[in-house]
Ligand binder design. Structure first.
Ligand code: FVH
Length: 292
């Protein structure tokens, strides 16, 4: 049996797929848990495991100092918190948001007397509460609040504090997920290329995964070049060579009956950067073209 006396009690607003997973992790670790969900029936399962359901969001917020919110979007957070008294509360918002929304929410919470921490969850529900699953949460906002609840916040997943600016957790979250979608786009193009051939996608998949993993450390060189401002530093495959290779990719796509629409925008940026006289650089200069 867990010693619940010493564990920080948690209030959790939102019992969707992610909220329920978070709640279960706290319960399993012995944290007293008060929950509220718009659709009360969704609280039944977690209450059978030991959580206490509040009648309203206001009652749930009143129950504990640490209040964690995991709802669908910013609009639902606004709606749910509107009727609650946040004075003296430690508000942790794990709802996916934009950096601008997170900053507005932080000011809004402060005006109501709450300390505020924003979170960006880098995990899917099955990774929550599973040690070594690799999931973690970016946190930003009140450093004091993060330190005070570090242990409790670390129960469902790892924690990475990225700064006092409340928008930084969302920014890191979206940055990583954007890179992920770029990777998915590349993989989609790769699978499309072999789609009509007698090649088993399951034989391409491990090759693809290994290649992406082998290429991933290139981001460290990109970061180093951005920091130094020298985009030729350590360059292995320069931009001129890479642009010269792009017709091969486009011709292959055409031969395979595959639309180049995922690749073309990136190739166009590479060509523009080359046209600026940056042939000896790495691909890093493309970033400067993206930043308006
Ligand atoms: N699930 C995932 O894979 C991702 C992983 C990364 C982080 N996201 C973000 O987590 C937030 C919650 O996501 P979720 O998976 O729990 O989402 P749902 O299962 O759809 O549950 C949504 C909950 O929000 C409640 N809700 C929606 N609208 C309102 C509203 N207007 N007022 C009050 N509550 C609202 C909903 O309640 P109900 O439908 O059960 O009544 C659920 O509790 C999210 O930001 C992801 O981006 C998850």
């Amino acid at each position: 049996a867990h010693d619940t006396v010493e564990k920080t009690p948690v209030t959790l607003l939102g019992l969707g797929a992610m909220g329920a997973a978070l709640g279960r992790a706290w319960l399993a670790a012995g944290h007293p848990l008060t929950v509220w969900n718009r659709t009360p029936a969704r609280a039944a399962a977690i209450c059978a495991e030991g959580a206490r359901a509040a009648e309203s969001a206001a009652e749930a917020v009143a129950a504990n100092t640490l209040v964690v919110v995991c709802l669908l979007d910013d609009a639902s957070v606004e709606e749910v918190l509107a009727g609650t008294d946040l004075a003296g509360k430690d508000l942790v918002n794990l709802t996916t948001s934009t950096p601008a929304h997170a900053r507005v929410r932080a000011d809004w919470a402060r005006e109501r007397g709450a300390r505020y921490l924003d979170g960006g969850i880098m995990a899917v529900p099955p990774m929550i509460g599973v040690p070594d699953a690799g999931g973690y949460v970016f946190y930003s906002g009140s450093r004091e609040l993060f330190e005070r609840h570090r242990e409790t916040l670390g129960v469902p997943a790892g924690t990475t504090y990225v700064g006092r600016d409340a928008g930084f957790a969302a920014l890191h979250d979206v940055a990583l997920l954007s890179a992920m979608y770029g990777m998915f786009a590349g993989a989609a193009h790769a699978f499309a290329l072999i789609r009509r051939e007698d090649i088993d996608p399951t034989s391409l998949a491990p090759l693809l995964a290994d290649w992406l993993v082998a290429m991933a450390p290139a981001v460290h060189q990109t970061a180093d070049q951005l920091r130094s401002g020298d985009y030729t530093k350590g360059v292995v495959s320069n931009l001129a060579m890479q642009v010269a290779g792009t017709p091969t990719f486009l011709s292959t796509a055409e031969q395979q009956g595959v639309s180049p629409e995922l690749l073309s925008p990136y190739f166009e940026l590479m060509r523009r950067r080359l046209a600026e006289g940056s042939g000896e650089e790495d691909l890093t200069g493309v970033i400067d073209l993206l930043v308006r």
